[in-house]
Design a protein around this ligand. Structure first.
Ligand SMILES: C[C@H](O)[C@@H](O)CC(=O)C(=O)O
Ligand SMILES: [Mg+2]
Length: 443
């Protein structure tokens, strides 16, 4: 039973100095410090449960998101949790329609990242109060309640509430078997950990060797800064993994449209399944043009980790601009908006292959994709979820990978809670880790 009035909301700026090792580096983000605006909400209920929410950021951006969370806090404070989840669509709309804050969005950028952090905390608390992992809360929810969490504004030309309900109703068939499948086999994953752009060839080789030994069969390599370098690195990785394993490439928005097509024709010999974020995430028609041009080369286009909201996804789908759709648990407005995108992808029969990695993104998005398989898509064809092997040790309920698959989390909540000690040490700028690093920089 949902209970309690929200009595406190706290937000911290938590950063990990990943840039020191080149972890997470790509053609556009050469020095990422994986970070999170970390939200904790408490209620006056006497169960002692708290909701934890994050949104993923890269170092400096975190302080701006923290400000935006504080600006949104009054929408949550003193609210009864029953009223929030009892009209979740209304609450989502209240947060995203704040008459003053929406001017610096709407439903995009910093203010939307902050919305995600707050709502992720609410979903975590709801799942905890129900005593279920979030994926199971969603799987067990009746379709009418599920659709009542979604704001359909701006997408009814593609997906109405009735369409969504029908999709969910249809997928009731075989749900039990699919849940069993997840519990025994898990959700297939791919790894991005071997080939960040800042890694040397030796590191790349060593990490590839270890990943193959651990049973990974799908790999992603960063490209886009220098074509000769890309050819060398892609050859190296293809030689290591052999012709039959799956390879994806990620340019992180580096190219213009014609440049993307030309560049990818030079990398086609390495047989990538997809090129991810070839150009600006806002360029829907550009993605469509690249998709069309790459069909003869057998390369798909993947995008989504920087798609602002459901409207951009709607148009990407309408324009045949992507072959793989990458939801992100923190970029979109939490579970609520992700549900609408999963349902639109189902309607267009486009496979969802979520963006993960970062700090905590694997922990969160596994819930959404496991739910998607059981209750929406009912398919594993051409589908896999990203995995990155960083920073899991800071989470109270870290992901469990077995045979290159995500095993469903079993603890109640959204797996968002970080270890208290980790948060304390990595707070910026006063945590122990940053005090030392900043002092060293001064000397
Ligand atoms: C800056 C991030 O590490 C980014 O490179 C992640 C990404 O594109 C991915 O995981 O995909
Ligand atoms: Mg990417």
């Amino acid at each position: 039973m949902v209970r309690g009035r929200v009595s406190r909301l706290a937000v911290s700026d938590v950063r990990f100095p990943t840039s020191l090792g080149g972890h997470g580096s790509d053609a556009m983000h050469t020095d990422p410090d994986y970070s999170a605006a970390y939200v904790v909400i408490e209620t006056d209920a006497d169960d002692g449960l708290k909701g934890y929410g994050i949104t993923f950021t890269l170092g400096k951006g975190t302080e701006v998101v923290v400000c935006a969370v504080n600006a949104l806090a009054h929408h949550v404070l003193n609210k009864d949790l029953r009223d929030i989840v009892g009209d979740f669509r209304g609450f989502y709309r209240q947060l995203t329609s704040d008459g003053q804050l929406r001017w610096i969005g709407p439903e995009k950028g910093v203010v939307h990242l902050a919305t995600a952090a707050v709502l992720n905390a609410v979903w975590d608390l709801w799942a905890k109060q129900e005593g279920k992992p979030l994926w199971k809360l969603l799987v067990d929810m009746d379709p009418r309640t599920l659709v009542s969490c979604i704001d359909f504004r701006y997408i009814t030309d593609v997906l109405t509430e009735e369409d969504a309900y029908e999709i969910l109703q249809k997928a009731q068939v075989g749900k039990k078997e699919r849940e069993e499948h997840m519990l025994t086999r898990g959700y297939p994953a791919y790894t991005t950990s071997c080939a960040w752009l800042g890694y040397s060839d030796d590191t790349l080789k060593q990490l590839c060797k270890e990943a193959l030994r651990d049973g990974w069969t799908r790999f992603k390599v960063k490209v886009g800064a220098d074509v000769q370098d890309d050819v060398r690195r892609c050859r190296l990785i293809r030689d290591m993994i052999g012709p039959d394993k799956t390879l994806m490439m990620d340019a992180n928005q580096r190219w213009d449209v014609p440049e993307a097509v030309e560049w990818m024709s030079k990398l086609a010999e390495f047989k990538p399944l997809w090129i991810e974020e070839p150009t600006s995430p806002d360029d829907i028609l550009g993605h469509a043009a690249i998709s069309k041009a790459l069909v003869p080369l057998g390369i798909g286009v993947a995008t989504g980790e920087q798609c602002h909201n459901r409207v951009i996804f709607k148009q990407l789908l309408q324009a045949n601009a992507l072959q793989f759709l990458q939801i992100d648990s923190c970029r979109l407005g939490s579970v609520n908006e992700n549900l609408s995108v999963l349902l639109m992808a189902k309607k267009f029969e486009i496979p969802v292959c979520p963006h993960a990695g970062g700090v905590g993104l694997c922990e969160l998005v596994q819930h959404l994709i496991i739910f998607d398989y059981i209750s929406v898509s009912a398919s594993l064809e051409n589908r896999m979820c990203e995995y990155v092997d960083h920073l899991h040790e800071h989470f109270k309920y870290p992901v469990r990978i077995r045979q290159a698959s995500y095993m469903p989390p079993m603890d109640a909540g959204y797996s968002t809670e970080m270890k208290e000690e980790s948060v304390k040490k990595h707070q910026y700028p006063d945590g122990e880790v940053w005090k030392k690093l900043l002092a060293a920089q001064k000397n």
